[in-house]
Design a protein around this ligand. Sequence first.
Ligand SMILES: Nc1ncnc2c1ncn2[C@@H]1O[C@H](COP(=O)(O)OP(=O)(O)OP(=O)(O)O)[C@@H](O)[C@H]1O
Length: 261
Amino acid sequence: MTEPILQVEHLTKRFGGVTAVEDVSFEVFPGEIVAVIGPNGAGKTTLFNMITCFTPPTEGRVKLSGENITNKKIFELAPLGMMRTFQNLEVFGSMTAIENLMTGISVQLKNRVFAAGFRLKSAREEEQYAYEKAMELIELTGLQGLEHTLVEQMSYGQQKKVEFAQTIISNPRLVLLDEPMAGLNEVETEAMADTILQMRDRGMTFLFVEHKMATIMRIADRIVVLDFGKKIAEGTPAEIQKNEDVIRAYIGGDLDDVKSS
Ligand SMILES: Nc1ncnc2c1ncn2[C@@H]1O[C@H](COP(=O)(O)OP(=O)(O)OP(=O)(O)O)[C@@H](O)[C@H]1O
């Protein structure tokens, strides 16, 4: 049987009297696209922060390919093949798109696993490799013609693409995306969704938080639903759409989105 790439085991986070996440467990398998959904304040970002070692859990643990990573430092995760994005854009505005991407590739060049299989002889070869890889990602994310544009001069949607490309350029095995479609128009949202599907076909695994239900239903293999910090459901998009607890949790919020998508 395939081993999970990510195991979330009984994660709990308390901030003083507030329990942001309570006893949440689930697994993600290689090649899956798994969405985490839930109403505002349900604990999605806190869960992501614990999985990516940004916030230590009060209880529980996280395993990446069977290895306990709960107490790792953030910077130790990229070499292990885990990358994430944030709700707020994390790009260098005063650098061009290609320069942003080339900073992302340095992670890969330092990656033990990668270095063992692909030794580059000189700094010049490394730079050439980084440039070619960055151009490949520029094309893949539809940023052609903008490679030498300063990121701060781009639209929000284009900046999101740069951030996404920078996150995946090091060929991570597991990518966590915090609201990758937030702030994007419909066309940009669908393009982002298609790029995620394309990268999955190339072997990447995705866990993402999102509010745009129609897109989630289109690309997610499985969905984990949080409400008031607890996991209230887990299943395929079809199962989640007709789950009574999920429909109840969304009453007054995005219920119509869940049912109509
Ligand atoms: N650093 C903190 N200190 C105190 N309470 C916090 C902290 N971070 C989050 N919380 C609380 O934990 C709960 C979950 O917040 P979280 O941001 O994880 O939810 P979310 O599902 O990501 O929400 P949204 O969809 O609005 O981004 C909220 O009640 C929030 O106020």
